[in-house]
Design a binder for this molecule. Structure first.
Ligand code: S3P
Length: 451
């Protein structure tokens, strides 16, 4: 929520081998979407494995203010939703506060854009700095109007419309949030809307539209672009959604095992969508002893079991076209690079500048603080690997309200020569509330540190 939590500094210390079986939480992207589609279906949707992190809980709160009945039904991760149907949202009598979550606010703006109600959206200091124009532009094609701070920043009031016609939009930034906002708005517009995507991004929205019974098709055009057609105003059918473990959260555990001598860790039921698994391919190219087994499909998504063992890593070049499939993983990949042999180059990273923090700047400052030489320009990061176990550590890392910066640098501390203190870990609760206890159970020495 917008009130800043008290900073929670922590320090990660050089640790013994990490051993065991880990269960990271449910996938954040799928969790947001399961709640939103459940709220837009007619009848009762049940969810198993929902991520109960702050980002997702804020989406649940907004959906309740819009009229959906959303309850936790008992054991962790089990939720029940009574949906209001496409077009059934009522005008909320409070501001919709999405805290730290770009996905939550952007998808929800799309979901209300073609219902004739007014809604005001806000977030925390990080979210209120992030660009919303990329979503407002496609929503305006349906006739939706918005009044935001400095034009396109939160807090922002959106006036939804009774859309009279479908819309067509070609994406200019590779963003699943933009794609999803457009498709959610198109759901309540009459006729066939079309979205064209040049670079493939995560496809959970398209898959869930299909699973909930919408008439949606995805085809490649002669230029290799994805063309997504959606027929508006369907009656969505409720269903049971099983949320697989989040590969972006599993990434921290995997890299910790690769870097901490003697480690061997297994993680099961991890989402293995090709739109999300770029980090794993990259680590394997770096020489990681990392295997993915028991690949199968559950709820329309591929899932698998990951085994990761301590490994010597070699620096490689990561091409720009891989960025959309691992966009959230560069902070933790930069920690792997810091422990590799050679100079690692990661390209096509401009989008990192507009995440929960300016992640390129935050990674560069963090690596510098722990004694790793690196250089970032507008969309590239180069890291001079120190070699296995040779990161000096020591300096204070500033997390800039970014959960992934906090987790990445705590992992760095487990195999560095000296401990790594991190100024604030409170934001980890947005995506991985169990991170610290889970890592401690595997053997990690992460301790509370004085502010
Ligand atoms: C997400 C899309 C990505 C990603 C974010 C989750 C989603 O953002 O960084 O954590 O669930 O659609 P962009 O759409 O801005 O690339």
């Amino acid at each position: 929520m917008s009130n800043l939590p008290r900073p929670t500094p922590m320090t990660a210390h050089p640790s013994p081998a990490l051993q065991g079986h880990a269960r990271p939480p449910g996938d954040k992207s799928i969790s947001h979407r399961a709640l939103i589609f459940g709220a837009l279906a007619v009848g009762r949707t049940t969810i198993d494995g929902l991520l109960e992190g702050e980002d997702v809980l804020n989406t649940a709160r907004s959906l309740r203010l819009l009229g959906a009945d959303i309850q936790k039904s008992g054991p962790p991760g089990e939720w029940v939703i009574e949906g209001v149907g496409v077009g059934g949202f009522r005008e909320p009598d409070q501001v919709l506060d999405h805290g730290n979550s770009g996905t939550g606010v952007r998808l929800m703006m799309g979901a209300v854009a073609t219902t004739p109600i007014a809604a005001t959206f806000t977030g925390d200091a990080s979210l209120n700095r992030r660009p919303m124009g990329r979503v407002l532009e496609p929503l305006s094609l349906f006739g939706t109007s918005t009044l935001g701070r400095a034009g396109q920043l939160l807090p922002l009031t959106l006036q939804g419309v009774q859309a009279r016609r479908p819309a067509e939009f070609t994406m200019t930034v590779p963003s699943a949030q933009v794609k999803s906002a457009f498709l959610l708005a198109a759901l309540n517009a009459p006729g066939r809307s079309r979205l064209i995507e040049r670079e493939a991004t995560r496809d959970h929205t398209e898959k869930m539209l299909k699973a909930f019974g919408a008439d949606v098709s995805v085809a490649l055009d002669s230029d290799g672009r994805s063309v997504i057609d959606l027929v508006g105003q369907p009656e969505l059918r409720p269903r049971h959604v099983v949320v697989p473990a989040d590969p972006s959260s599993a990434a921290f555990i995997v890299v910790a095992a690769l870097l901490t001598p003697g480690s061997k860790v297994t993680i099961s039921n991890v989402l293995m969508s090709p739109t999300r698994s770029g980090l794993y391919a990259t680590l394997q190219e770096m020489g990681a002893r990392l295997t993915i087994r028991d690949l199968r499909e559950e709820g329309g998504e591929p899932i698998g079991t990951i085994d990761a063992e301590y490994s010597d890593l070699t620096a490689i070049r990561v091409p720009a076209d891989r960025a959309p499939s691992m966009i959230d993983e560069y902070p933790i990949l930069s920690i792997a690079a810091a422990n590799a042999i050679g100079r690692m180059r990661m390209e096509g990273l401009a989008e990192l500048r507009v995440k929960e923090s300016d992640r390129l700047a935050a990674v560069e400052a963090g690596l510098t603080a722990i004694g790793v030489r690196c250089a970032a320009d507008k969309d590239t990061l180069e890291v001079n690997g120190c070699g296995p176990g040779a990161v000096p550590g020591g300096g204070l890392v500033r997390t800039q309200m970014d959960h992934r910066i906090a987790m990445a640098f705590l992992i760095a501390g487990l195999s560095a020569r000296a401990a790594v203190p991190v100024d604030d870990t409170s934001m980890i609760a947005t995506s991985f509330p169990e991170f610290v206890p889970l890592m401690r159970r595997l053997g990690a020495r992460i301790e509370a540190a004085p502010a």
